[in-house]
Design a protein around this ligand. Structure first.
Ligand code: GDG
Length: 489
């Protein structure tokens, strides 16, 4: 099978023995190990002088990473990726900040990545590019003469066309997306939103086709380019998570924490510290529960783990300050000598410890204002004890809501509804909890991480096969024309 080339903003930890990495890393690494290939991306470092990629070969996989000049980091990463695209694609046009220089930096880094990648490519490689940082990469590779099949997967939402139009270079970005052969989205709604943009804004056309196994795919034509688009909801490995959660739940750190709860119920939330995750709204809903149903005071705690990210982007500093203030206020209002309603932990924890904490929590509270998928929702369910599972309270605006029928689905903008759902979850009888857990575990197993990865790569390789077949037909047709012309002459 042809080699796989993965390109993502960051490359997962390469040394064996490092703590188990999250979703994308596991899914992609498995595929890379099977076919062999290259994982290319930013090293996470800023450098004084750009250097050629650092190469680290481990078995069949080559890790190639490049540093970014400080100015490129500011423009490409902090600027256009995370201060323009991230808020806009999460419907936060109020937080969108646009600067032409930053957009130029975004294009410049993508061109630089393309230049660095080209010498590593072989003719029959298949290229899989990940996420919003790298939308223009296929266009840059095509300009450099690359003819390989190139697929793109967007991990975050694609918004309604009206919202996407708020990004000043929206048309250039949509055109750049159309340079990919296959564009993958998390949900059907994202595919529909992109289709709407292409047909209404770009005056393109669309047609419903099917993948080899019958899944719906859309063929889009615009800007003189044709691409396919489909939904590939990212999954997890639920049984591996269940196993880790069970094993780690007997570790000292977990049993001591469970003891410190003194029989009180536990609500768990885990999110990168990001305004898309709806943390402040969630805290207010929990406060409302304590106020409206005072019998829950001293009987339940919310543990919010929120490792900081992008802490040098200004809006992220503001959200951190706001949450610290809110936690202090709510705890100040309700805490007793031996109980605080909210434990707000602003740091990263070991992955297996998190899964064990999910297992002992009666409620998983996952209420983003927008989220491409949200893997925490899936992980929380997978980590449960099937004989006594907890309840997932899930935002309707997480991509995961389309696939998790057993969750209590809430609108995170409706504080009272969230508060009522938390109370319902805390009081839910065992039989209902078990039924809801079963309703979710089936689909989680059926659509695990390998299904996400394999269906995307199968579709991308099928496009490659179609293109080769098409080129052969064209060659055969033109040579038979040639022969006919000779006969006529
Ligand atoms: C983007 C999209 C989409 C969190 N805290 C810790 C920790 N985590 C792990 C979680 C989970 C992952 O990080 C977060 O994934 P999410 O899906 O919840 O959210 P994003 O980071 O925003 O990811 C999202 C995803 O891409 C995949 O396509 O689902 O919509 O926004 O696995 O468990 N892991 C460790 N310590 C922590 O403190 N070890």
């Amino acid at each position: 099978m042809s080699r796989l080339i993965v390109v993502s903003n960051r490359v997962a930890p390469t040394q064996e023995g490092r703590p188990a990495a999250g979703g994308l890393a596991i899914g992609v690494l498995d595929a890379l190990k099977q076919t062999g290939g290259v994982w290319f991306g930013w090293s996470g470092e800023t450098v004084a002088q750009p250097q050629p990629p650092a190469i680290d070969v481990q078995g069949k996989v080559t890790y190639a990473t490049v540093g970014l000049a400080k100015r490129d980091y500011d423009h490409y990463y902090r600027g256009f990726s995370n201060a323009t695209l991230w808020p806009a694609l999460h419907y936060r046009t109020d937080l969108l900040r646009y600067d032409r220089q930053e957009y130029a930096g975004y294009l410049r880094v993508n061109q630089q990545f393309a230049r660095d990648l080209v010498p590593m490519l072989k003719d029959d490689d298949v290229i899989w590019v990940h996420d919003y940082h790298l939308i223009p990469l296929a266009e840059a590779l095509r300009e450099a003469g690359v003819r390989n099949p190139i697929g793109f997967f967007l991990h975050i939402p694609f918004p309604a066309p009206e919202v996407f139009r708020a990004v000043p270079p929206h048309a250039e970005l949509a055109k750049a997306l159309m340079a990919y052969d296959l564009i993958g989205f998390q949900t059907d709604s994202d595919v529909q939103a992109f289709r709407d943009y292409v047909t209404r804004e770009a005056m393109g056309t669309s047609a419903d086709v099917r993948a080899a196994d019958g899944r719906p795919v859309v063929r889009l034509t615009a800007y003189g380019r044709t691409a396919k688009a489909a939904a590939y909801p990212i999954g997890i490995y639920p049984d591996a998570i269940a196993q880790a959660a069970e094993q780690f739940s007997t570790r000292k750190a977990v049993t001591e924490f469970a003891q410190s709860m003194q029989g009180r119920k536990l609500i768990m939330s885990v999110d990168r510290l990001d305004y898309s995750k709806g943390l402040a709204e969630r805290f207010l809903a929990f406060e409302n529960l304590l106020q409206a149903s005072p019998h829950w005071q001293r009987r339940v705690s919310l543990v919010q783990i929120a490792p900081p990210t992008r802490s040098d982007v200004q809006t992220y500093q503001r959200i951190r300050q706001n949450l610290e203030r809110e936690t202090g206020r709510i705890n100040g209002r309700f805490a007793e000598l031996d109980w605080s309603p909210i434990r707000y932990l602003n740091r990263k924890y070991d992955r297996n410890l998190l899964m064990a904490l999910f297992r002992i929590a009666q409620v998983g509270l996952v209420t983003p204002l927008r989220d491409g998928m949200n893997l925490v929702a899936k992980e929380y369910v997978a980590a449960q004890d099937p004989s006594d599972p907890g309840v997932l309270v899930l935002s309707q605006f997480a991509g995961a809501a389309e696939q998790m029928p057993g969750a209590l689905v809430v609108n995170p903008f409706d504080m009272l509804q969230m508060s009522e759902a938390i109370e319902r979850a805390l009081s839910m009888p065992l039989a209902e909890r078990q039924a809801r857990y079963r309703d979710m575990m089936g689909p989680l197993r059926k659509n695990d991480l390998s299904v996400w990865r394999d269906s995307f790569l199968d579709d991308l390789r099928a496009i490659e096969a179609e293109t080769i077949a098409h080129a052969r037909v064209k060659r055969a047709a033109s040579s038979s024309h040639g022969r006919r012309d000779q006969v006529k002459a």
